[in-house]
Design a protein around this ligand. Structure first.
Ligand code: 16G
Ligand code: ZN
Length: 550
């Protein structure tokens, strides 16, 4: 009874505006921030139910619209492992969010709880951790989420404050592992493992370029980096677009999404920065790309995207595994570790070729972190990235315990440290430094910096790993984008019939031609991607395929 009363009350406090229709999409609900309260309140109900279902394990809510404009906002739910909410709950998320009135909402919840075997009532507990970014509607939406959570009897909400998206995911994961989960624990883990990585840099490589400029997209990532940068010895970080008063607007002409899509210098940079290594975060700091201003005469940048970050990580981890397992042919202890790479169709063809040339296994999934992350968990070490800069590395529990015991055994054999032991320690430090819950620009940036120092590499060396094939992306507005259905990790169209044949025919006219189309999961458009051996050809392939889509 109490449960029914609370649900009816909260639903009538947050009526759904007529004509509003929400869809959980690729990464949660997003819209104009001022219209989001009903959806966020219902996400609160959902998160609390998810926690009850999972025997009270902590679940997370992040209020952010990532790289979208300042006036937008959004909400997404993190599962107890710190990853994205299980996909089979998405249909319920959609139905709950679109329930037209309080009574419909109540009936939906009761029915879903019966179907899923979710017990309701005072003897059951739930906990939900909340975080939000710096958007002006954040505090108001946080309150809506709290009211939603509190509508479930036995649920407890913990506001973790203004955070990057990956910080909140990390906290949820840590909390459920029973380890310390506060923001200072997060910072300590990053700073500590970065320091260990630098201590393991070979002596002849010490003394690389320490200077790094970071574009914080005027979001929360820059704020957090300012807080810890003084403790990152071995790096000289200068934050631009840090979100301070007067520096500019969130994600406006800056940030990882802007730099990766437009390939031009973000706001806040000048000719004095030519040649310096720069990184760019997005508004909630779960995406990272690097760039460099090649000259003062125009505003184009040399871009290092997610594919090249992935390639650097893969190269480094492959190298450490090889040292552990070969050790000059005298390894008496070895690791059995399956290393796998996960990409999407947007990965530049040159990156895939490079990874395969290292002898690595490369798998493909549809666009969206939830697909990539899940696939990466199939390996002992899974590395995934989207070209847009979202990605991370995941380690299996089994491999971590193998590494730990190997490290102990080797310590007793060679106390001063063999090459083999150092490689084991680098892998362990990597597993601590990288955020295994979700892609994290801050932790990814520190891993990039540590690897560049380890290899004694400049930005130029990194760029030269391979050269990107020229590519072009176009958006096509259509009446109903859902008529396009894709298969084979979005590389092929299955519907409408005949379209794939047309794409194949166009593509066959180009050397190194590759092209695919897919409906966007976040915008009302169909996206076209084309790659070819020259920019002119890539442009022309994209354009001719776009004509067939229109
Ligand atoms: C979301 C996804 C991102 C994906 C993008 C594609 C998460 C956390 N974010 O931002 O991974 O690349 O959507 O957008 O999953 P699109 O469907 O509009 O191309
Ligand atoms: Zn983001």
């Amino acid at each position: 009874q109490e449960q029914r009363r609370r649900l009816l009350a909260v639903a009538s406090r947050f009526p759904l505006p007529s004509g509003c229709r929400f869809s959980y999409g690729t990464a949660g609900f997003r819209a104009d921030g001022a219209t989001m309260a009903p959806a966020v309140c219902r996400a609160g109900i959902l998160a609390a139910l998810r926690s009850v279902k999972l025997a009270g394990a902590a679940v997370g809510i992040v209020i952010t619209a990532s790289h979208n404009p300042f006036g937008d906002n959004g909400v997404k739910i993190a599962d107890p492992d710190g990853g994205m909410m299980a996909q089979h709950w998405e249909p319920f998320a959609d139905a709950l969010t679109n329930a037209p009135d309080p009574d419909a909402l109540l009936q939906l919840v009761l029915q879903f709880c019966r179907d899923e075997g979710i017990p309701l009532g005072s003897q059951h507990t739930a906990q939900v951790l909340l975080g939000r970014d710096t958007r002006p509607t954040g505090a108001y939406l946080l309150d809506a989420a709290l009211q939603g959570i509190n509508a479930i009897v036995g649920a407890c909400a913990i506001d973790m404050g203004i955070l990057t998206t990956p910080q909140l995911h990390w906290m949820v994961r840590s909390k459920n592992k029973g380890v310390k989960a506060s923001e200072s624990d997060y910072f300590m883990q990053l700073i500590g493992s970065f320091r260990r990585m630098l201590e393991l840099v070979p002596k002849d490589k010490i003394g690389g370029e320490e200077k790094l400029i970071v574009d914080g997209a005027n979001g929360i990532g820059g704020v957090k980096l300012e807080q810890i940068k003084a403790e990152l010895s071995g790096l000289d970080i200068n934050v631009r677009n840090s979100g301070k008063e007067g520096e500019g607007i969130l994600n406006h002409m800056c940030g990882a999404d802007f730099v990766q899509k437009e390939r031009v210098t973000p706001h806040g940079f000048s000719s004095e920065d030519v040649g310096v290594r720069c990184a760019s975060l997005d508004g909630d700091a779960d995406r990272l790309v690097y760039f460099r201003l090649p000259s003062a005469s125009d505003n184009r940048v040399d871009l290092v995207d997610g594919d090249k970050i992935l390639s650097l990580f893969a190269l480094f981890i492959r190298e450490q595994l090889d040292i552990v397992n070969n050790n000059g042919g005298q390894a008496n202890k070895s690791l059995s570790a399956r290393l796998g790479i996960v990409q999407t169709a947007y990965a530049n063809g040159a990156s895939t070729q490079f990874l395969k040339s290292l002898g690595l296994e490369v798998a493909f999934t549809p666009t969206g972190v939830k697909y990539l992350h899940k696939r990466a968990l199939d390996y002992d070490i899974g590395i995934y990235f989207e070209a847009n800069g979202h990605g991370t590395v995941v380690f299996s529990e089994d491999l971590i315990s193998q590494l730990e015991s190997l490290s102990n055994e080797l310590a007793s054999q060679a106390p001063t440290g063999s090459a083999q032991r150092h490689a084991v320690m680098r892998l362990l430090a990597t597993s601590q430094l990288i955020n295994q819950a979700v892609g994290d620009a801050l932790s990814g940036l520190l891993l990039v910096e540590a690897i560049l120092q380890y290899k004694g590499w400049s930005f130029q060396n990194w760029c030269e790993l391979y050269s990107d094939l020229p590519s072009r992306q176009l958006k096509v507005k259509v009446k109903d984008r859902s008529v396009i259905v894709t298969t084979d990790a979005e590389t092929k169209v299955s519907q409408p019939s005949g379209l794939q044949e047309l794409i194949d025919k166009e593509t066959a006219n180009y050397t190194h031609g590759r092209c695919f189309v897919r409906p966007s999961g976040t915008e009302d458009v169909v996206r076209v991607y084309a790659e070819a051996s020259t920019q002119v050809e890539a442009d022309s392939l994209a354009k001719s395929v776009a004509h067939h889509v229109e």
